[in-house]
Write a protein that binds this ligand. Structure first.
Ligand SMILES: [Zn+2]
Length: 160
């Protein structure tokens, strides 16, 4: 489900159909102005953008159109890079349908500038994970991207 798809049935906005294992939100406009640019940059250029409020000295990721602190309109777009800091993480042992996962998956909150992205953590085991370690985005191939946060396949630890 990318930003360029459009919903055709209104009920699809309200219900999750577990048999499809997808959440069918396909509205072209739900991402908003800032969200649309944020997702377009992920898709087209493999870049993560935020917006900066000079007065509050904050860079919001994902990009926002207005500052959460002072409500100023934001139009200072910043490429924040693809490497952030592991802020928090957990292990998921079950699927959405409550069945046991064959392989537990790692979920992480990744600090990029002054924002957080929640995403998969891959290419590491739980024993390797440390709060505060640098992690970098692993993007899908350009032809597979569709304008969603899942254009990033996962984040992985930065090997130094
Ligand atoms: Zn501000």
């Amino acid at each position: 489900m990318g930003i360029l798809e459009r919903i055709t049935k209104n009920v699809d906005n309200k219900y999750w159909y577990p048999e499809n294992d997808t959440f069918p939100v396909k509205n072209r406009y739900t991402a908003g102005v800032a969200g649309q640019k944020f997702f377009q940059e992920l898709k087209d250029n493999g870049k993560i953008y935020g917006t900066t409020c000079a007065a509050c000295k904050l860079t919001f990721v994902p990009a926002k159109l207005f500052c959460e602190q002072c409500f100023a309109e934001l139009d200072d777009w910043v490429d924040v890079g693809t490497t952030g800091i592991l802020w928090s993480w957990t292990i998921a042992y079950k699927n959405k349908d409550d069945s046991k996962k064959e392989t537990p998956t790692l979920l992480a909150a990744i600090r990029l500038a002054d924002g957080l992205l929640v995403h998969w953590l891959g290419e590491c085991s739980p024993e390797d994970v440390e709060i505060g370690m640098p992690v970098t985005a692993v993007f899908k191939d350009p032809g597979e991207r569709e304008g969603s946060l899942l254009d990033i396949g996962h984040f992985k630890p930065v090997i130094s």
